[in-house]
Design a protein around this ligand. Structure first.
Ligand code: HDE
Length: 722
């Protein structure tokens, strides 16, 4: 394999053009050479000269003289079977696809480094956590769950957050999500859950959406899913980008130290840029305007030298806590509130490299929950145990060979040696005489040996019992934490949950299903159920579904569960979209750019053409998006900078009016020059309709004030005022 190239090597650094922070992915200057490979008429192809390029070859390494025309007998004659160049090319093309992942098909992978803060040798002997400052390569794949590989990024969905650590003692895969709980308690129900969420089998839709009968039918009959349902109806399911998401290992794992002492552990990833989500209407529109919004956001952040960063934190606890905790720590539909066990930061991860090739890495990366290393172990969580079978199994189906660990993205970066051999694409067969053990061949011929000292040993835990199919009683409470989650949200977020439930259930055609879900919600919060019932036009709130265990009312709210409560302190890493017209005021544009960049954010101009605009001082600014192609949903905050004449022109453009209308409806901060007022008015936001989220760019510090205000991300009082 080619050694991995440093970040940004393939994507050229951004041109220092004013006002446009986007990496233009500049092309090298190209010239048309005189190396014409056409043969006769019709087959004419303009070739780039490709100075210094290596010769193109077949897969057998034979240089190719003509990549344009098939071998034929005579100018207009039949093609010849002997044309191995053409046959090989088509043969390989025919086999380019592999099965997409049955879940998490749409993903985006990036590379980076994990750095350990301090030695954790007292709690785990995992090599990665022994030395402060230890750096470990990682590969991370973010994903949505329900949609196909080509679905849109902003689906209302859980996001996968899978991390492969290439440690010095083997690969450790922490295959998590951006939500700390799961729908089901037993892996046995996973195929049902996914079937219900995916397109319905007779009609083949909907794509990447849970807003349909089958999904809600299943949910209404599986009360254990209701805690997770609160999360997927919340803003967590429509993140602003991967960079703004938390990640969770979900299950309770074990750390095991050198003395074989075990500590329970739950893993958390905390984004340095803080959490952020979009609003639903915005998500729907982003899917149309830029279905690749999340992957583009990540790519651009890395290419522009702003790699995203997360802290890895752990909640550590012992048997005594597990016994006294209100719920079973083996139940993946429950979390441990951070207020009960604080998250202790143990390291940081910086993702600073895009992949060289999407298929080779992102598509072929094979995460396996079974990949744990010495010092990290499983618990008896039935979901985790089921996953340990599924992930290995699924790789064979997708990658087609038990040798998938030979692929560079999956291969350990530490020495490895075993007697496993052969199979499709065997590349690392043992080389000595022995391919079995025990053997009496010495030295290199004898091959590897077990290592009782350094080898992985399962934590010894005594368990016995009758062989039965039984859900533990301790898993029976399905509603208490759903209620705790809902009550830990701010009113703004509670409204989003009520709206999301109403939206999703409105798409359900069968009234009985709609009612059954609301009947289940009654167990969580009656007021929420009443809001949804009203939104659906139900005559009354249905009788609650009888719960398996009475929901508790005594769990304290957990502020850590709210996104709005835990907003970032800075506007860093965000993007301001500035709607401009020719002749926009130079000073204002410059002040805005300086202020936004001082916050660590980017400014992108949206103008009449991609050709750029000239400001009042005659200076040329690059335009990142054409009006109509760059709606305000693509930005975190917006500004309108235009002269009177320019604003009058903008006011006549539906896309420009919509730019402002959407920004207003999505509660964004809106800065504007006095002259731009004409556009605001045309969009229906005359002076009387403007709230505190509007910032007039009139005074000396106005631009700075705007940038500071943007730290709140959205002007939520506008939502509350509606
Ligand atoms: Fe997965 N899951 N899962 N899952 N999962 C897969 O493995 C499965 C679950 C998660 O970016 C599959 O390689 C079962 C929980 C992520 O490549 C498959 C159960 C959590 C990814 C599979 C679960 C996850 C997957 C499909 C119930 C969060 C994407 C392709 C017991 C902790 C990894 C593949 C990537 C992928 C099975 C539940 C996260 C089919 C049986 C809980 C992030 O093996």
């Amino acid at each position: 394999m080619k050694p991995s190239e440093p970040a940004g090597k393939s994507a050229r650094p951004a041109k220092p053009a004013k006002g446009n922070a986007q990496d233009p992915d500049a092309l090298e200057a190209v010239t048309y050479g005189d190396q014409q490979t056409h043969r006769g008429h019709g087959g004419e192809t303009r070739q780039l000269s490709g100075d210094g390029a290596e010769p193109m070859t077949t897969r057998a390494g034979v240089p190719i003289a003509d990549d344009q025309n098939t071998l034929t007998a005579g100018e207009r004659g039949p093609q010849l079977l002997e044309d191995f160049v053409m046959r090989e090319k088509i043969f390989h093309f025919d086999h380019e696809r592999i099965p997409e992942r049955v879940v998490h098909a749409r993903g985006f992978g990036v590379r980076g480094t994990f750095e350990t803060y301090e030695s954790l040798s007292d709690i785990t002997c995992a090599d990665i956590f022994q030395r402060a400052g230890e750096k470990t390569d990682v590969f991370v794949r973010f994903s949505t769950v329900a949609g196909n590989k080509g679905s849109a990024d902003l689906a209302r969905d859980v996001r996968g957050f899978a991390v492969k650590f290439y440690t010095k003692e083997g690969n450790w895969d922490l295959v998590g999500n951006n939500i700390p709980v799961f729908f089901i308690q037993d892996a046995m129900k996973f195929p049902d859950l996914i079937h219900a969420a995916k397109p319905e089998p007779d009609r083949g839709w909907p794509q990447a959406q849970t807003a349909h009968d089958n999904f809600w039918d299943f949910i209404s009959l599986m009360p254990e899913s209701m805690h997770m349902v609160m999360w997927i109806m919340s803003d967590r399911a429509i993140p602003r980008g991967f960079r703004f998401m938390e990640g969770f290992g979900v299950h309770t794992f074990r750390f095991v130290n050198a003395d074989r002492r075990s500590t329970f552990v739950k893993f958390h990833w905390k984004p340095k840029l803080g959490m952020q989500s979009v609003v639903w209407d915005e998500a729907v529109k982003i899917n149309g305007a830029d279905p690749d919004f999340h992957r583009r956001d990540m790519w651009n952040a890395i290419a522009s030298g702003n790699p995203p960063e997360w802290e890895l934190g752990v909640q550590l606890f012992d048997d005594e806590f597990a016994d006294r905790f209100e719920f079973d720590v083996l139940d993946a539909t429950k979390l441990i509130p951070e207020e009960q066990i604080p998250v202790r930061p143990i390291g940081r991860m910086v993702l600073d490299q895009t992949v060289d090739n999407f298929f080779a890495e992102t598509e072929q990366v094979a995460f396996c929950t079974q990949n744990v290393v010495r010092g990290i172990d499983f618990t008896n969580d039935p979901l985790l145990q089921g996953r340990n079978f599924s992930y290995l199994d699924t790789q064979l189906k997708r990658l087609g060979s038990p040798n998938f660990t030979n692929l560079p993205v999956n291969a350990p970066r530490c020495p490895f040696a075993h007697f496993q051999q052969d199979g499709h694409m065997a590349m690392t067969n043992p080389t000595g005489r022995a391919n079995y053990e025990p053997n009496s061949w010495g030295g290199e011929r004898g091959g590897p040996r077990e290592d009782a000292e350094r080898g992985f040993r399962s934590f010894t835990e005594f368990k016995s019992g009758d062989k039965r199919r039984l859900r533990p009683e301790s898993f029976a409470d399905h509603y208490s934490q759903a209620r705790q989650f809902y009550r830990s949200q701010t009113p703004v977020e509670q409204t989003h949950i009520a709206d999301a439930l109403t939206f999703e259930l409105s798409k359900v055609e069968t009234e009985a299903i709609r009612e059954r879900v609301v009947a289940s919600v009654v167990n969580i919060d009656e007021e929420l159920a009443a809001r949804v019932a009203e939104g659906l036009g139900l005559e009354r709130v249905p009788e609650r579904l009888p719960p398996a265990a009475e929901p508790r009312d005594d769990l304290s709210p957990s502020p850590a569960l709210s996104i709005v409560e835990n907003g970032p302190e800075r506007f860093e890493g965000r993007k301001v979209g500035v709607l401009v017209a020719e002749g926009a005021d130079h000073e204002t544009l410059q002040a805005l750019k300086d202020a936004v960049e001082a916050e660590g954010s980017m400014l992108a101009l949206v103008g009449p053409t991609r050709g750029g605009v000239t400001d009042s001082a005659g200076e040329r600014w690059e335009v990142a998006e054409r009006i109509g192609g760059g709606p305000s949903v693509l930005f975190d905050a917006v500004a309108v900078v235009a002269s009177e004449e320019g604003a009058a022109r903008l006011a006549k453009m539906p896309a420009a009016r919509e730019f402002v209308t959407d920004a207003h409806n999505h509660f964004k901060f809106i800065a504007f020059t006095a002259a731009a007022g004409a556009l605001l008015e045309a969009a229906g936001f005359g002076e009387d309709a403007r709230d505190e989220g509007y910032v007039a760019l009139d005074g000396e510090d106005a631009a700075q004030d705007f940038a500071r205000r943007c730290r709140a991300l959205r002007h939520w009082p506008r939502q509350q005022a509606n």
